[in-house]
Design a protein around this ligand. Structure first.
Ligand code: GLA
Length: 399
């Protein structure tokens, strides 16, 4: 690998030029709830609606977040997805938990999670029912038309995060439906992270972060599946939306599949690298009570997490896509640059990335390989051999 060069001053100038080129980044206001993308856990990708999704599982996962060092690594939210609710509201129109899955109730679960120094997230839909098909579990009530009372109930339970889905929306205007819940959440007076989940259908990057919706993140795509082809498709849809991400308002290409078994470790490293360089939410989607060491190693790579969580809050920009090789560059707060080089194809690829392509001036740089943990000095350029589906990731800074 040949290494790059540049001094600190040049780096600072480059970073400010880049910020000037991005209207979304320029407009960024301090965002209390999501200065960096959300990190945590959500059960959906590992359980879907199966019976194993219950309060014992979620408590066990919260225990593991602490015990496995994931809390120390930055993972904070423990979010429960669809199928937590009873199929009918109570006689006063209030949502209630499914008593078989959550016999202690949602407030008790939130209290348990808060007791671990973690935050608690819940799910419902901006529709008359959630997404779980009615034929399977009779359907679960959605928030449409109940925004005020549902938000107040969630706040009284100690909810810190709401994922608001898009099923059974009665073809009503998305912006109005998501604004109604955004206003209801703010009216509670409790800070509640607002995760807009309308799958990118109405270009939410253009409106979901703004008033009156006030979303902190918005899904940009349909649902991820635990397959390389699905991860790849979603990456390609999300990577072009870099200019809309900024502190407080993030593109969300859906939750992580790392550890679920449908991809190789090389592919899971690519998944985690690409999500991090895109400043995506890092929501673990595997059952942490049975996670394998290699998956845990991926999810706790502090150097890669630091790229995702960098306080400058810029989503990496793809500067090259050629012959199935993608080069993505993300400027970082201290003037460093993160670079991910991804080989989407089924054959090995040998490729070079010049310092100029990374946006570096001539100079001397330290290049840190974030998966190998190795470091070298040079002019900032990279020469790489990439295995099929592999991603190499670097942090490049002045010496
Ligand atoms: C939709 C969402 C998923 C998940 C399911 C639950 O498909 O996009 O992330 O929440 O609903 O039913």
């Amino acid at each position: 690998m040949n290494l790059p060069c540049r001094n600190f001053l040049a780096g600072a100038v480059l970073v400010s030029l880049l910020a000037a080129a991005s209207p979304a980044a320029r407009a960024a206001a301090p965002a209390q709830l999501a200065p960096t993308p959300q990190m945590g856990f959500n059960n959906w990708n590992s359980t879907h609606c199966r019976a194993e999704f219950d309060e014992a599982m979620i408590r066990g996962v919260a225990d593991k977040i602490v015990a496995l060092g994931l809390k120390d690594a930055g993972y904070r939210y423990v979010n429960i997805d669809d199928c937590w609710a009873y199929w009918q509201r109570d006689k006063d129109g209030r949502l209630r938990a499914n008593p078989e899955r959550f016999p202690s109730g949602i407030k008790a679960l939130a209290d348990y999670i808060h007791g671990k120094g973690l935050k608690f997230g819940l799910y419902t839909s901006a529709g008359s029912f959630t997404c779980e098909p009615k034929q399977v579990n009779r359907g679960f009530p959605g928030g449409l038309g109940h925004e005020r009372e549902d938000a107040a109930l969630f706040a009284s339970w100690g909810v810190d995060y709401l994922k608001y889905d898009n099923c059974n929306n009665e073809k009503l205007d998305a912006k109005q439906r998501y604004a109604a819940m955004g206003e209801a959440l703010r009216a509670t007076g409790r800070p509640i992270f607002y995760s807009v989940c309308e799958w990118g259908e109405n270009q939410p990057w253009l409106w979901a972060g703004e008033s009156p919706v006030g979303g902190n993140s918005w899904r940009t795509t349909g649902d991820i599946r635990d397959e390389y082809a699905s991860m790849l498709k979603i990456f390609k849809q999300n990577v072009v939306l870099d200019r809309y991400a900024k502190p407080g308002h993030w593109n969300d290409p859906d939750m992580l599949e790392v550890g679920n078994g449908g991809m190789t470790d090389v592919e899971y490293r690519s998944h985690f690298s690409l999500w991090s360089i895109m400043a995506a939410p890092l929501l673990i989607g595997t059952d942490l009570r049975s996670i394998k060491p290699e998956a845990l190693k991926i999810l706790t790579n502090q150097d890669v997490i630091a790229v995702d969580q960098d306080p400058l809050g810029v989503q990496g920009k793809r500067v090259r896509e050629r012959d199935g090789v993608h080069v993505i560059v993300k400027p970082l707060a201290n003037g460093d640059r993160a670079v991910a080089v991804f080989n989407e194809g089924d054959g090995e690829r040998v490729t070079s990335v010049s310092a100029a392509e990374i946006g570096l001036d001539a100079g001397k740089y330290v290049v840190r390989d974030l998966w190998q943990g190795s470091q070298a000095e040079g002019d900032g350029s990279l020469r790489l051999t990439l295995a099929p589906h592999a991603t190499a990731m670097f942090r490049i800074g002045a010496r």
